[in-house]
Design a protein around this ligand. Structure first.
Ligand code: PLP
Length: 395
């Protein structure tokens, strides 16, 4: 009998993509929509990156190439990680993949057995739960609660560790909350994973997008080298979402497993994009700093203006480009508010439950949009906010 494999019924889609689809439908009907739903920088890579991709294509760099990635790119990445994250890894620890999502998926596939328990943040990137379940593993969320300033609580994580726990997923700065984990929290999590001999999957895709302070990678804590996989890529830090460039930093035995995964799936990452990635990392035009400075300006304005909407409370995100707004003060559900925002105000945003049950009283707005768009979005929200009875947050 023909059927779809049962694992597909436990995997899930992404709230952002379904809101985007509805927003596009409304646009096709002639409505004006301000898109604050997708996690995509509204920037493009610099001219030197485009030139480099063009040059590579003209030179015929469009062949199958090294399975784990071009040595020149992996060397450049090792230098980049030392420079920007103060971690000491070699090119041999790095495996290129077509995007972080696939890097994440294959890393989890390489390390998890059915029945293994995986700890991951709630609210968090939807893939963590979906991939866990798809692999027949057990999803064990830990909460990023407002009372803990949206930080993981190491005591909660400790209480959820069992003999079946295999992996801890961390994501700092985090999607959707914008939380940058504190040194203290990370140190405590590192001690726990050493004590229980767990894998750590540290999703550091937003590492470059922080608003002050030095970035602390999970790899920097004692005992982490042999158990930590860093997932990162070019989508956010270099505004290269559609180029599909990601990578995993891993211990040697895991690199071997990931190489086998690559052979069995994507063979290699497109050669010409890898040449362009070398230029992106060198960042001669200072594009990343420019983009992050712009995000910082928007963050201030957007959070301030959102806090003037009745019933909204938006703490300043410490990293990434998301405003994570607590809407408890409105007396309405996040789903109802998002529906009103999209259908009546033309502002696309995502109800927090799309990121896990702990997100149910929140809405995520991406501020990867111009200052003018963000300002207009809040004006439109103000106009429809008569639909709810909350009072303006005074903070
Ligand atoms: N991890 C997190 C936390 C993300 O927010 C995203 C994208 O939104 C990804 C991974 C996937 O990124 P990529 O475009 O490299 O597949």
């Amino acid at each position: 009998m023909r059927s779809i494999a049962s694992r597909m019924s436990v995997m899930s889609g992404e709230g952002a993509l379904s809101v985007f689809a509805r927003a596009k439908e409304l646009e096709a009907q002639g409505r004006s929509i301000i898109h604050l739903e997708l996690g995509e920088p509204d920037f493009h890579p610099g001219q030197s990156v485009i030139d480099s991709a063009n040059r590579a294509l003209l030179q015929g760099k469009d062949r199958y190439c090294a399975v784990i990635g071009l040595p020149a790119l992996r060397q450049e990445l090792a230098a980049y990680l030392a420079r920007t994250r103060n971690i000491d890894v070699s090119a041999d620890n790095i495996v290129m993949a077509p995007g972080c999502k696939l890097a994440l998926f294959l890393a989890m596939m390489a390390l998890l057995e059915p029945g293994d328990e995986v700890l991951y943040p709630d609210p968090g990137f939807p893939g963590y739960e979906s991939i866990t379940l798809g692999l027949g593993a057990v999803a064990v969320p830990f909460t990023l609660a407002a009372r803990n300033h949206l930080q993981p609580d190491p005591a909660e994580i400790a209480a959820k560790i069992t003999p079946r726990t295999r992996m801890l997923i961390t994501n700092s700065p985090g999607n959707p909350t914008g939380t940058v984990y504190t040194d203290e929290v990370q140190r405590a999590m590192a001690e726990l994973v050493v004590k229980h001999d767990l894998w750590v999957l540290s999703d550091e895709i937003y590492a470059r997008i922080i608003y002050g302070g030095e970035y602390l990678s999970m790899l920097r804590y004692p005992g982490m080298r042999e158990r930590t996989l860093i997932i990162d890529g070019f989508s956010k830090s270099f505004a290269m979402t559609g180029w599909r460039l990601g990578y995993t930093v891993a211990p040697p035995d895991v690199v071997e497993a990931l190489a086998l995964m690559a052979v069995n799936t994507y063979t290699c990452v497109a050669e010409f994009t890898q040449y362009a990635a070398i230029d992106a990392l060198r960042d001669r035009e200072n594009n990343t700093a420019f983009m992050v400075a712009e995000f910082a300006r928007r963050r201030e304005q957007f959070a301030r203006e959102l806090n003037s909407v009745r019933g909204f409370h938006c703490p300043l995100p410490q990293g990434a480009f998301y405003a994570w707004v607590d809407i408890t003060g409105t007396g309405m559900t996040a789903e109802d508010i998002c529906r009103i925002l999209l259908e009546d105000a033309g502002v696309a945003a995502i109800p927090g439950a799309a990121f896990g049950p702990a997100g149910k009283d929140f809405i995520r707005f991406s501020f990867a949009s111009s200052m003018e768009n963000l300002h207009e979005a809040v004006e439109r929200i103000q106009e429809v906010s008569t639909a709810w009875q909350g009072t303006a947050a005074v903070r």
